[in-house]
Design a protein around this ligand. Structure first.
Ligand code: 13P
Length: 252
C-alpha cells in the first residue's frame, strides 16, 4: 500500500522566527502521525527550519531549485546546496513558477533529474487552467506535463517521484476540485504511468492533490482511492489548521 504524504507549501511567507515558532508548536501536534509530514519553506527559512525540526517526524523541503549543479547563475540555488544542509524534498514545476517565472517543461525535467542525481525527493506539480478544463483537456494536459517532467528517468526514479495534481483554478481561490474530479484526474495520471512504466510502478507512485485543501475537506479527499495526500498552500500557514489536515485520519 502507498504511504500518505501531507506536505505544506509556505510559498513566499514566514520569516525565520515565525518558522521556528511554527515548527516548535507543530511538533507535538503531529508527532503521532502515521504518514509523512513535509514543510516546504522559503530558502531563507531552510536552515532554521531544519534545526528546529531535528529529531522530529517533520521533514523539510525547498520550493524550487536550479537545474544546474553550480557555476555562474546569479541568485540560483542548486540541488547539492539543498542536500548539503539536510533538505529532503523539493517542489518542482509549481504552477506559480510555470506562470510567473516562465518555467518550461524542459527546465522542469532537468530539475527533476538534478534532484535525483543529488538524493533529493522531487514533488513534481502538474495541473490544468480553467480554460483547459472547460475545453475538456484535463487528462491531455496533465499527462503530457507528467510525461515531459519524467522523461529520461529510470523506472526506479519514477517510482520514487512524488507527483502533485494541482488544478490552477483551485489554487488559492477557495475552490477545491470535487473529490471525484480530483480522483479521476489522478487516476488518469496513474493510468498513463502504467502504460509507459508498467502497473507496478503506477501502483507505487505517490500522487498528491493540491488546491484549497483545508481541514474541512482533507479527509474526504485523502480517503479517495488514488489520492495519496495533499500539497497544502494557505492552510499550511496556520499551525492548528495544518495539524488538523495532517491528522485528518483521526477526525470523527
Ligand atoms: P492553496 O492550498 O493555498 O490553494 O495552494 C495550493 C498550492 O499551490 C500548494 O502548492
Amino acid at each position: 500500500m502507498r504511504k500518505k504524504v501531507i506536505a505544506g507549501n509556505w510559498k513566499m511567507n514566514m520569516l525565520p522566527n515565525e518558522a521556528i515558532g511554527f515548527i516548535t508548536e507543530l511538533t507535538p501536534l503531529v508527532k503521532s502521525a502515521t504518514h509523512d509530514v513535509v514543510l516546504c519553506v522559503p530558502y531563507t527559512d531552510l536552515f532554521y527550519a531544519l534545526l528546529t525540526a531535528q529529531n522530529t517526524n517533520i521533514r523539510i523541503g525547498a520550493q524550487n531549485m536550479s537545474q544546474y549543479e553550480k557555476g555562474a547563475y546569479t541568485g540560483e540555488i542548486a540541488a547539492p546546496m539543498l542536500k548539503s544542509i539536510g533538505v529532503s524534498h523539493v517542489i518542482i514545476g509549481h504552477s506559480e513558477r510555470r506562470q510567473y517565472f516562465n518555467e518550461t517543461d524542459e527546465a522542469v525535467n532537468e530539475k527533476v533529474k538534478s534532484a535525483f542525481n543529488h538524493g533529493l525527493e522531487p514533488i513534481v506539480c502538474v495541473g490544468e487552467t480553467l480554460e483547459q478544463r472547460e475545453a475538456g483537456k484535463v487528462d491531455e494536459v496533465i499527462t503530457s506535463q507528467m510525461q515531459k517532467a519524467l522523461d529520461g528517468l529510470t523506472t526506479e526514479q519514477v517510482q520514487k517521484t512524488i507527483l502533485a495534481y494541482e488544478p490552477i483554478w483551485a489554487i488559492g481561490t477557495g475552490k477545491t476540485a470535487s473529490k471525484e474530479d480530483a480522483n479521476e484526474a489522478i487516476k488518469a495520471i496513474r493510468n498513463k504511468i502504467a502504460e509507459i512504466y508498467g502497473q507496478m510502478t503506477a501502483d507505487s507512485v505517490i500522487i498528491l492533490y493540491g488546491g484549497s485543501v483545508k481541514s474541512t475537506n482533507a479527509k474526504e479527499l485523502f480517503e479517495m482511492s488514488d489520492i495519496d495526500g495533499g500539497l497544502v498552500g494557505g492552510a499550511s500557514l496556520k499551525v492548528e489548521e495544518f495539524s488538523k489536515i495532517v491528522n485528518y485520519d483521526t477526525q470523527k
